[in-house]
Design a protein around this ligand. Sequence first.
Ligand code: ADP
Ligand code: MG
Length: 702
Amino acid sequence: MANYLDNDIKFLKGVGDRRAQLLWKELHVSTMRDLLYYFPFRYIDRSRIYRIAEITDDSHAYIQIRARVERIAQQGAGRAKRLTALVSDGTGVAELVWFKSINWISKQLEPGREYIIFGKPGFFNNELSIVHPELEAVGGARPPAPGVQGVYSTTETLSSNQLGSKGIYNLIRALWEVAPQHIEETLPQDFIRKYNLMPLADALRNIHFPETAEKLEQARYRLKFEELFAIQLGIVSRRGQREAGYDGFVFGKVGERFNEFYSGHLPFELTGAQKRVVKEIRADTITGRQMNRLLQGDVGSGKTLVALLSMLLAVDNGYQCCMMAPTEILARQHYATIQKLLGGMEVSVGILTGSSGARERRQALEAAADGSLDILIGTHALIEDNVRFANLGFVVIDEQHRFGVEQRSRLWTKNHNPPHVLVMTATPIPRTLAMTLYGDLDVSVIDELPPGRQPIKTFHVKDAHRLRTYGFMKEQIAAGRQVYVVYPLISESEKMDYKDLQDGFESISRQFPPPDYFTTVVHGKLKPAEKEANMRQFSSGMAHIMVATSVIEVGVDVPNATVMVIESAERFGLSQLHQLRGRVGRGAGQSYCILMSGDKLSREARARLEAMVRTNDGFELSELDLQLRGAGDLAGTQQSGLAFELKIASLSRDAAIVEVAREAALKVTDNWDRLDHRQRELMEALRQKGSIEKTADFSMIS
Ligand code: ADP
Ligand code: MG
């Protein structure tokens, strides 16, 4: 029953072993089907020919000109070798440049001849230049290009093997000559009718070779729908299986410790949102179903307290709890905070992290196993096999985006029935994204900050005006406040980043010399004990300034710190900037965030920084972040870093389709028994496609 489309791509006319290897290595295309599903990432109107004089900036992604070759020259030698051609169309001149395939290109180019030239425009010395353009001699043997043509993303290596966008287009044309009769419809007929979808074969043809703009739109809709539907089907049925498979622990009573804490230890009145979420959790934990709840709440919205109250509910009902944090620092901070909040109550709290000493570790493990420990706080160390609980009933995971689905599920196996799980994230996630990433979770939102918080004021300062920033820091320190200065740490260039941090620390120490000022430093290379000591210098108020890498991104809670200076802010993602900003504004004092950046910024970086200055709303920022990344990524995998890769749909732009697909998936699962044999077969195949669940580091969100 093998389908022709499952054949190795090397058998396609014009491919062969070598290019097949390249296609695999560069694009993960290995079969005919893979190529068929390699979609254009944009379309251009090949019937439109620009005049050179018309193109005055580099805002066009692609242009097409018709011009005559005036002069050809080769310059440089070795790796610096390049070929340039000066072309003119009567309205202006442009320079074409090649760094690769020079011999091959120079054979194609004839001085005096007219070409259709296609590529991305750039400017060099105020002159239009196109690097590695596509060329077609006017009056050549090839038929003229059709109106709308797909542009395929490709790589430098592929381009220099004649597999630029056009090379790929040509392969797909060759494939299309044999493919159509082998395309099998993947959706049931009644489904296609009901949701008004284009049949698969038509959709695949139009996605590559659009007949009209309208048909292209229908093709895109059909393919996006199918992709999102498969994912939703996977999610919905996973959830169904889970609910059918286990009983949830019942926390029948609100007991002593909850009440004691609520009436005697609560340091402040809960916000309305905090109260609502505690109620939602309570309602979940008396149903007999296992709870899986995502708690979204912006930085500083008071999630820790909600977690503690929920854990006390569990403890009152005779269950143990654990709370997992993504970093050592955060785990220790939670431990300290919770002990302080409990202040002598009869609740036993332990800690376990990767760097726990032998004694701390033994104590935690023993007390968890014999049931004497009520709450165990820690890092990833908690999911190790040697961590056993007598009766684990409730799990809190803080900062979800650092943990994958698989890690989450490993915590489930620590009791005969899976514990209730509360996942907390400070990174707001757009609704449609949450529906997809966490579709098997219920969602609670804390949409209210504790009273008295003043919105943080954010400024963008270019490096040239650095002294202003220092001046401002001095004023704030003189007023008794503390300051964070954060440097980016991006693993590829770690060495350089640490150097930046080191240089930064030294120049801060020069600007803020002891004994008037005290500056401390925290980064990932410090030993845990040293790190902790330095953190304490800051949290105790002894140090005025903390220089740090983004390790302080999560967790640090120093209400007296009112200034967050972020160095090279253009290198951070929006959500991360927002997280960092959330480290200040925790007390009643007016707080400030200063985004330092270089003088020259890319359009996207500028958009990010402007958004930060404009709004404090984490939800708005996360929507924007998705859009910017979606637009900024030419590879077509807008969600790279996601557990699954979307080929065509976008979680940010196709929110409406996500919702329809979700509805459709729910309907199908509800009526599963009424499907006929064929329908069931198709749905099963889609479900499997959609269930490919990997451990995801949801780093896209951070
Ligand atoms: P996050 O949601 O970012 O984890 P935290 O739980 O760390 O936020 O809370 C941020 C700060 O707000 C803490 O200093 C905490 O003590 C304080 N806080 C929490 N809830 C309230 C409340 N209802 N009223 C006043 N302050 C609160
Ligand atoms: Mg927190």
